[in-house]
Ligand binder design. Sequence first.
Ligand SMILES: Cc1cc2nc3c(=O)[nH]c(=O)nc-3n(C[C@H](O)[C@H](O)[C@H](O)COP(=O)(O)OP(=O)(O)OC[C@H]3O[C@@H](n4cnc5c(N)ncnc54)[C@H](O)[C@@H]3O)c2cc1C
Length: 442
Amino acid sequence: MANKKLDVVIIGAGAAGLAAARELHDKGLDVVVLEARDRIGGRVWTHHDPEAPVPIEMGAEFIHGSAEETGKVIEEAELKSFDVGGRRCLVGARRDQPLDDFWEQLYRAMHLMDPPSRVAARLGLRRGSDFSVQDFLDTKPGGKGLVRERKLAKQFVEGFHAADTRLISAKALVDSGTPGEDMDETRLGRVVGGYTGVIEAIAAPIAMRIRPGSVVTRVQWSPKRVLVEGVRGRSRFTVNARAAIVAVPLGVLQAPAFSVGAIEFDPLLGPAKQEALGCLTSGTVVRVVLQLREALWADDVSFMHSSDPDFDVWWTSYPMRAPVIVGWRGGPGATRLLQMPLEEIAARSIASLARHLHTTTKRVQGLVQGVWMHDWQNDPFARGAYSYQLVGGGEATDALARPLKGTLFFAGEATGSGGSTGTVDGAIGTGRRAAKQVLAGW
Ligand SMILES: Cc1cc2nc3c(=O)[nH]c(=O)nc-3n(C[C@H](O)[C@H](O)[C@H](O)COP(=O)(O)OP(=O)(O)OC[C@H]3O[C@@H](n4cnc5c(N)ncnc54)[C@H](O)[C@@H]3O)c2cc1C
């Protein structure tokens, strides 16, 4: 790699890094994006299998809520997206019940966490203290009348936020908005052709500026000067630039020194960043996609919720009529599953789907044509699914996002503000924000 001094080097070609690079490139800056994997997109990864009737998402699948940043990309690139809709049901031991009021039920329990000061007082904590979602649930908010809603709330925090309810900050969750409060934000959409279409649209004009297979190992920096070192195949490379945007996942920033993917900063990032890193964690998710020979569920069902010990949510390809279905587990249940070999997880997903469909494992097993999953937890360039704030960590995402000496800038879902962490839309937003910060001081 040539050693001329670039304007900005971007580390990580996920949604955040690419959005940052694109913004700077469009403003005429000389950029290079260094990406460890041999593909772009990071935790957005659509697999196109000629045998599968729909794109297979290994990571992100849904456009959540208004998603303005993603919307801009979709519009500019003339991509197409569609709303998911469909019917939700609650799967019981023998019979299923409609769960059309999913968001209303969730709201009934979760809004009792707001304002957090009231809950803190009930918990006997000092004014302004933070507490975990589990602490809140243990106060049995809503009493006997909301037993069902509290159970749903716990499942939602574990599933949607991939979090352990004993660890996640209640205050941070309240700040990000109560689920079900704004029905526009409950919208779920998909990108026609798969989420990677969004990544490719952002990356297309900067394709020549992306260096896949480039694992960054060290960043030496001083004001207006950055020297990035890394490994590409068997060779070492260096890149000189005036500034760097670090857009790697939280887990990579927290990785033990010298482990695969870990980046050494010289000088160190400093106590404020260390403190922020200590207040955030990466959630755990297991996501299995099964393709069957025929769909064994009703045409109009989109989501099946349950208390299944392994996969407590399944969603179909609705509104597409395809025999492809996704099993999901987040939080501690996912951590438990990940102790098992991948074949065991796959077998458990088949048994779980059979329980949801009130049929035998043997019948489902006999119809399985394809199984896909990716272990994001043990993937050295992801080290988890997506981030959440620990108790007391309300300011951590902003602290992680803060630039250092007008030279090191930070992007990536974990640096999102206002509850935008953990999404593709949030990641794109952080990339654009980091680019603006660079330009402001140029
Ligand atoms: C299973 C799963 C399901 C999800 N579902 C949804 C969903 O439905 N909707 C939604 O909005 N979001 C979803 N998300 C979250 C979403 O995928 C992420 O928030 C988003 O893609 C993160 O983008 P990013 O750019 O911050 O990080 P990443 O996409 O992880 O990009 C970071 C990049 O840095 C690279 N990198 C790491 N270390 C190095 C190194 N040392 N040198 C060079 N490069 C390095 C990585 O390879 C990666 O490409 C899901 C995530 C997972 C895992």
